[in-house]
Structure formats: C-alpha cells, structure tokens
Design a protein around this ligand. Structure first.
Ligand code: GAL
Length: 445
C-alpha cells in the first residue's frame, strides 16, 4: 500500500476507534493443564467469551502448551467481534499488537495491506496446505499471493434450530420454505409460544436479513453483499427480504429486546421460543444447557436455504512485530490445521473443519450437513456479510447500521431502505470501481 494510503487508513482507524480503556483490557492466562515449562508465550486476542467458546479456546491453549507455548489470553467480549475489532485497532495504534489475533474474512486483507502481519508462506507450503484446504478457504487466507492467516473452522450461519418436543407435540415439521416458516410461526403463536428467538441487536438483525436474502440463492446474495450492486439493492428480491424482516419482527409482538446472542440461545434452550436462526456456534452453547442435537433440538438449514452454505470462517492472523515470536507463531499455525486439532476444536466450537479430508462420519448430523454442503464448492457458498466475509469493515458497519435502522424504525419504508442501501453501495464502489474483493471467489465472471 503506498505510504499516503497507509496514513489515510491509519487516520481512518483512529477516527473509528472507540478507545475507551478496553484497549488495554486485562490479559489473563487461560486455564491450562500441567505440562512441561513453556519455552515461549503468545498473546492471543479473540472474542470467544461465552461458556462454550471459552472451552474451545481453552482446548487450543492446552494443545499449545503441549508444544510448550503459553497462550496468554486477551479475550474481548462482544458477539461477532464487535468489541474485539475496535480493541485490536486501538492496541495496534498504541504499538501494543498481540502476537496472534482472531481476524476474519476481508479484514485479513485490510490488515495485510498495512504490512503488519506475518506471512505464513513457509508454513503453508511446507505443510502443503493447498492440498487439503477447501479452495475457498485457501483463497480466504491468501492476500496478494501470500498466506496471511490460519484457518480454524467453518461456521454455518444459515442454521435453523427447532425444539423437538414442542414440534412433536404440535405435529410440526421443520419449515423448508418461507411459506412453511410463516405457517409454523402461526401455529406456534396459536399455541402461545414465541415462534423465533431473536434479538434486536444490530448484527443479529443483519444476520437474520442475510438468511432472508439467501432464499434467492448465492448468486443474488453476492450481487447484493459482495458486489454491492445498486441494481441488486433496488431489486424486488431485496424488497421482499426487507418485507419479510418486518414480518418476523412482528412475530415478536413488540417484545424483541436487544439481547446478546447467548441470551437468545438461552431463551430457545428454556423453551421460551420454538425456533432459532443463528450460526452453529449456538449448538456449542446449547450443549452448555445439557442439550444435544437430534435428541433435544433438531437442526436444519434456515427456511428456503437448504443446499446453500452461508459461512463465517474463523481464522487467526499473526502480527510480525520484531519477529522475536516468529518460531512460536509458526508452530501455532502448524498445529491449528492438523487433522486431530481440527476435529476436536470444531466439535467443541460447533463448527466444522476447514479440511477436505475431514471425517464426516465422526460429526453430528448438523455438522455433517454443514461440511458436506460446504464441500460442494463456491456455487453453493455465500460469505456472511455480518461476519466480515463479504465486504470491508467500513461497508459492513454501514450496511448493518442501515438494516438495523430499518428494523427499529417502523416509519422507514422498504423503498426508503432500498434507496439508502443503493446510495451506500454507489458510495462504496466509487473507490474500488466495483473491483473484486478477496471474497469474490467467482471473480472469473
Ligand atoms: C463469529 C465467529 C464465531 C462466533 C460468533 C459469535 O464471528 O465466527 O466463532 O464467535 O461470531 O460471537
């Protein structure tokens, strides 16, 4: 990146940074078993703070300790990394970058362009990563032909969970289309049950909207969220998705509060709502309530999206700094993609391995459906805008804010929301002239 752009980017970061003291959030050692004394330590910044996420992070810490690397934990609360992204910027600007950070999707390229990340080319080529990674995972961690991040797992954002006992009692089948979704919701409401556990928190509203857009297929989804085409914003399919977002809001009868995602999962687990649409990290959290897939709840693709995979891929990037940590950072990178760690970590996290040679027979039914669908390739895959897979950070924040505004303010019409999205898209694409971004994996068109 030329110097003047880099300066402008850093200034932009400064302006966007909410340096509220969290930037220096306490760094605590993760719970670890006894092992040989560590020979190196790496500070890892991430946003896995729920009970299940904590267990998954602790597994990574324990496996690293077996390699004599001490995981210094810098966990920043906030679903979808809302807080972690800001804290990371603050820390880097203060000259206090962690050695490793959860950094996902297009944001990897943004950081890589600043020249701050460690290139992992040697590890990736020696380990022949390209041979076993899904092609779209390989594309996601590469920037300008360099490997810039380590992939951990694939989450399916278009996951529908339903309460099995309730569905059996009311003789309901999991809805496979929008029409069935509406019909099931009506039956649940008639039985006095809230149809869908949902929060009015901005990123969770936008995540629901992504699911509604995906009903029209990954090609249209990409027009809207990856290419950010003004024509797609004006399209009747976008109008339909916005209208449906309002319909789902109506099912909450004005009761939708701004809850963290773990609270939303809790409401579903306690039977306070019959269905839940959320990334499959919810599955790991449901295990914390003693619930198991197929026994207590069923899982399926969100209505109208069977056969598609709306994904969020968790990745860690390493900060180069003065290269003192390079040996340990490369060791960590090697470890994270091994078949055993991939299988164990993803089973705890609710995600699936990034490897093409994973064993679906060892997965639960939800994970198996996710992994086999993802394995069908780019034509069925859709990168989650909310989880930074589709656009740069600034566009993502603006799109989420616009969708949230539409959701909250009933006076805002569908047409207005479409016009505002189209205007935003024109503005974003001014800079890039609609040039393909990292996630534009069908960029051959
Ligand atoms: C996603 C991430 C998941 C999970 C979720 C909720 O961005 O991929 O691992 O943490 O946010 O915070």
């Amino acid at each position: 990146m030329p110097g003047r752009w880099r300066r402008a980017w850093l200034l932009g970061l400064l302006a966007a940074c909410a340096c509220d003291g969290n930037a220096l959030a306490a760094v605590q050692p993760a719970a670890q078993p006894a092992a040989a004394a560590p020979s190196a330590s790496l500070q890892v910044l991430h946003w896995w703070t729920s009970a299940s996420e904590r267990k998954a992070a602790d597994l990574l810490a324990a496996r690293l300790l077996e390699e004599r690397i001490d995981w210094q934990d810098a966990a920043i609360p906030g679903g979808a990394g809302i807080g972690a992204g800001k804290v990371l910027k603050g820390r880097v600007l203060a000259g206090d970058a962690p050695e490793a950070a959860q950094m996902i999707g297009v944001s990897i390229a943004e950081w890589a362009d600043l020249g701050l990340l460690l290139e992992l080319d040697n590890v990736a080529s020696a380990g022949n990563w390209q041979r076993f990674l899904f092609p779209s995972i390989d594309a996601l961690i590469r920037h300008r032909r360099h490997t810039m991040a380590v992939p951990l797992g694939i989450h399916r954002v278009n996951s529908l969970f339903y309460n099995r006992a309730l569905f059996a009692r009311l003789k309901l089948a999991p809805p496979q289309s929008w029409r069935e979704f509406e019909a099931v919701a009506a039956r649940l409401r008639a039985a006095g049950v809230q149809p869908l556990a949902q929060s009015s928190e901005a990123w969770q509203v936008a995540a629901l909207f992504e699911n509604l857009v995906l009903i029209n297929g990954p090609a249209f989804y990409r027009e809207l969220f990856v290419r950010r085409s003004a024509a797609a914003a004006a399209d009747p399919r976008t109008a339909e998705a916005l209208t449906r977002l309002r319909i789902v809001k109506g099912w909450g009868r004005g009761q939708l509060e701004e809850r963290g995602w773990t609270d939303v999962v809790g409401r579903f687990a306690r039977g306070q709502a019959g269905m839940l649409i959320m990334g499959d990290w919810a599955k790991a959290e449901l295990a914390e309530y003693g619930q198991a897939p197929e026994r207590d709840y069923g899982c399926a693709a969100a209505p109208g999206t069977a056969g598609y995979h709306l994904y969020s891929v968790d990745t860690f990037a390493m900060f180069a700094g003065d290269y003192r940590h390079q040996g340990a950072q490369e060791k960590m990178a090697r470890l994270l993609v091994t078949p055993a760690l991939q299988a164990d970590f993803n089973a705890l996290k609710g995600a699936v391995p990034v490897r093409r040679d994973a064993e679906p027979a060892r997965m639960d039914a939800c994970a198996r459906a996710s992994w086999t669908t993802f394995a069908r390739g780019a034509a069925v895959q859709a990168p989650s805008m909310v989880h930074r897979m589709a656009t740069d950070e600034a566009s993502r924040d603006a799109i989420i804010a616009e969708l949230h505004r539409f959701f909250i303010d009933e006076r805002a019409t569908v047409e207005q929301a479409q016009r505002r999205l189209a205007a935003l898209f024109r503005l974003f694409n001014l800079g890039t002239q609609g040039a393909p971004v990292a996630q534009d994996i069908d960029r051959g068109r």
